[in-house]
Structures are given as structure tokens and as C-alpha cells.
Design a protein around this ligand. Structure first.
Ligand SMILES: NC(=O)c1ccc[n+]([C@@H]2O[C@H](COP(=O)([O-])OP(=O)(O)OC[C@H]3O[C@@H](n4cnc5c(N)ncnc54)[C@H](O)[C@@H]3O)[C@@H](O)[C@H]2O)c1
Ligand SMILES: [Zn+2]
Length: 350
């Protein structure tokens, strides 16, 4: 709760212990979770109950469907029934959807109760759980929320090691992004080991990049923007090509790499593409609707009077944020829709 940064506990079986920050006065714990992660939330609830706490496990609708004001209201009412006070705690066990909703509820209920996050997806562990953004979707993604930190983030490496392949790959896109903007060794690790890279190093290093970037820029005034590497084109691809966020960010990084090569002389764009391939992530979206994608990129502009800005790389670990014109956006889209030398692209006539 509040502005101080959380402890981050990373370990095998970490969900079994060290969940709660030791402190006096806590008598009730609400555990929020959903779907698959309920299998981790329930035993955790039993262990906490065995220590004498009053525990309730609250099941949320799965995935993004948890991030609504209606669900928040249902949880507030459940907390009322539990008789929660400001001394008590909320624990969110799940992916980014659960920690975003859980963090929002904890920050607003009684004007703020303690939140603890137990991210169970790789994306949740290295991205959503860190940085203090919480929120729900109201007529648009993440449009309502508050900045608030949990007191503790508990990342169980056994849980992450067992993730289904698509969730692992999607999280790896954000891990690679973190490396590209801030950690050369992390990039080298992924380049060497791909999806079999040591998870403790992957999670620790990618988390450290985000912690360092947001530490001085919690409200996204400046430097935090570098975490959007691959996201300008990525978001447009996500919406117009219907890909997962991680796949779209992978494609967005290829696009940003190509623009970087042109505008900053970035020399590692082919190396970046090879790592994305090694991670089993897509490097192009041949069937992308270009007009729709351009329209979506332009929508960003309306929220920011300075026009479309893209995060580019001068070198790995050296991001810069630059305003880009229409021709540059075309170049970015060409890089992910034009026929590639790998010959995987569909022809114009299908
Ligand atoms: N707050 C932030 O700074 C921030 C940053 C990035 C993303 N986000 C948010 O995070 C959300 C995406 O998070 P996500 O990718 O974790 O998706 P998610 O939380 O929606 O989970 C995706 C799916 O994985 C399942 N799942 C969770 N843990 C699992 C496990 N251990 N094994 C198998 N399945 C499991 C979930 O039940 C769900 O069906 C989005 O809402 C996004 O806006 C927030
Ligand atoms: Zn992202």
C-alpha cells in the first residue's frame, strides 16, 4: 500500500511461505484468484487459515473479464461481509488480470488496505505486478485505476516453470523487451538458451529492469516510456491482427528494430529478430490490415499532443524516444508485412 516499493520474493515453492509481510494487527486475509490459479490460491488459503487468520478465497471471472467495476464491486461487498479493516490484507494470486484488479480493489477499499501479489504468469511476474499501476477496463483498456504498490510480490518459480508453452512465450516477449531496453546480459541469456533460459535469472533480471525504470518515474512522466519498446506498432497489431499481447509485442519489436536501424543506426536488428524466432514468437504479421493498423497507431497521437512517438534503440540497452512521421510508420509496418527472405509470407493474391 502507498508509495514505498515492495519486497520481491523469488523462489522455488515461494508460494508455500513468506507470503505476508510480518506485522501486527492483521486478522483477515482475502485471497483473489481465478481459474487455473485457484489451484494455488486454495492451498495457500488453507495454510494461512492454519496460522489463525480468517481467510476467504474469492473466485474472479477468468482473464480480462476480472477487470471491471462490476467485479470490483462484488469484491468490495465480499470484503464488507468479511468485516475487513485497514489492518487486514488482500492477496492476489494469478496473472496480470488478477493483480491489476486486486491492486485496484485494495487501493480503493477503505481508502487503501494492504495488497500482496503472487503473480502466476511470466508476464505477470516481470511486468504487471511491478510498477504500481492498477486498474480496470471502462469502455477501454485500463482507463480507470490508481497508482499503488503491494507490500510484497511473491514469485514462485515452480509455478512459472509449469506454465503452458503459449503463456511462457508471451511472457518471454516482455522479458526480451526488458533486456533490450536495459540489460545486455539478459539478452545474451535469451540468445543462448531461448525458452530454456534459467527462470530465476530471467525473472530476476527482467523485474530489476522494470523496478529500476519505474523507481524514479512512477507516474510515467518520462523514462518509464522506454518500457513501451515494441508497443506502438505492437498495440496496433494486437488489435488489428487479433494476436496475443506477447506475440504482438514481438512483432512490434521487429518493427521498432527496423525503424531504429534507419534512424539511429541500430546495428543489432537482425540479432533481435533471431532471438524472437528462437523464443518461438512471430516476427511478422503478413495478413495485417495496414489501414486499420495505421489508424490504430494514429489513435495514440490523439492522447498526446506531441504526435506519435516511438521507442527506438541506438544499441541494445540504449533506448531513445523519438517522434515519428507517417513515412516512418509505413517503414515500421513494411518491416513486418513485406515479403521476408524466409519465404513464409502469403502472396498478395492469397
Ligand atoms: N499493471 C501493469 O503495469 C500491467 C503491465 C502489463 C500487463 N498488465 C495487465 O496484465 C493483464 C495480462 O496479464 P496475463 O498475461 O498474466 O494474463 P491473465 O492474467 O489474463 O491470465 C491469462 C490466462 O492465464 C491463466 N493462468 C494464470 N496463471 C496460470 C498458470 N500458472 N498456469 C496456467 N494458466 C494460468 C489465467 O487463468 C488466464 O486464463 C492485462 O490485463 C494487462 O492489462 C498490467
Ligand atoms: Zn506489454
Amino acid at each position: 500500500m502507498g508509495v514505498s516499493h515492495p519486497d520481491i520474493v523469488i523462489g522455488r515453492g515461494a508460494l508455500a511461505d513468506e507470503i505476508l509481510v510480518p506485522r501486527d494487527g492483521r486478522t483477515r486475509v482475502a485471497i483473489l484468484s481465478q481459474d487455473t490459479a485457484m489451484g494455488m490460491a486454495r492451498p495457500l488459503g488453507e495454510r494461512l487459515a492454519a496460522t489463525g487468520l480468517a481467510v476467504e478465497v474469492i473466485a474472479l471471472p477468468d482473464g480480462e473479464a476480472a477487470k471491471t467495476l462490476e467485479v470490483a464491486q462484488d469484491v468490495y461487498l465480499a470484503l464488507n461481509r468479511m468485516g475487513m479493516t485497514r489492518h487486514d490484507s488482500l492477496v492476489a494470486v494469478g496473472g496480470g488480470s488478477v493483480t491489476d484488479l486486486g491492486g485496484f480493489v485494495a487501493a480503493t477499499y477503505l481508502r487503501g488496505i494492504e495488497a500482496v501479489y503472487c503473480p502466476t504468469t511470466l508476464l505477470g511476474a516481470v511486468d504487471a505486478a511491478i510498477g504500481g499501476k492498477t486498474g480496470v477496463n471502462v469502455g477501454g483498456k485500463n482507463l480507470v485505476g490508481v497508482f499503488a504498490h503491494p507490500t510484497r510480490i511473491v514469485i514462485d518459480l515452480e509455478v512459472l516453470a509449469a506454465l503452458p508453452a503459449p503463456l511462457m512465450r508471451q511472457g518471454m516477449a516482455e522479458v526480451l523487451k526488458a533486456g533490450l531496453v536495459g540489460d545486455l546480459e539478459l539478452v545474451a541469456l535469451l540468445e543462448r538458451d531461448g525458452l530454456t533460459a534459467d527462470l530465476e535469472a530471467v525473472v530476476g533480471r527482467a523485474g530489476d529492469v522494470k523496478v529500476a525504470v519505474v523507481r524514479d518515474d512512477i507516474r510515467e512522466a518520462g523514462r518509464r516510456a522506454i518500457l513501451n519498446y515494441g508497443h506502438t506498432i505492437g498495440h496496433a497489431v494486437e488489435v488489428s491482427a487479433g494476436l496475443s499481447h506477447g506475440e504482438a509485442v514481438a512483432i512490434g519489436m521487429v518493427a521498432a528494430g527496423a525503424v531504429s536501424k534507419e534512424l539511429t543506426g541500430f546495428s543489432a536488428s537482425d540479432r533481435q529478430t533471431a532471438i524472437i524466432e528462437k523464443l518461438g514468437l512471430p516476427t511478422s504479421a503478413p495478413a495485417l490490415d495496414r489501414d486499420e493498423a495505421k489508424r490504430l497507431v494514429g489513435l495514440d497521437k490523439k492522447r498526446d499532443s506531441t504526435g506519435v512517438r516511438m521507442v527506438l534503440l541506438e544499441a541494445i540497452g540504449h533506448p531513445v524516444v523519438k517522434p515519428v512521421d507517417d513515412a516512418t510508420i509505413d517503414l515500421a509496418l513494411d518491416a513486418v508485412t513485406a515479403p521476408s527472405e524466409h519465404g513464409q509470407r502469403e502472396t498478395a493474391n492469397g
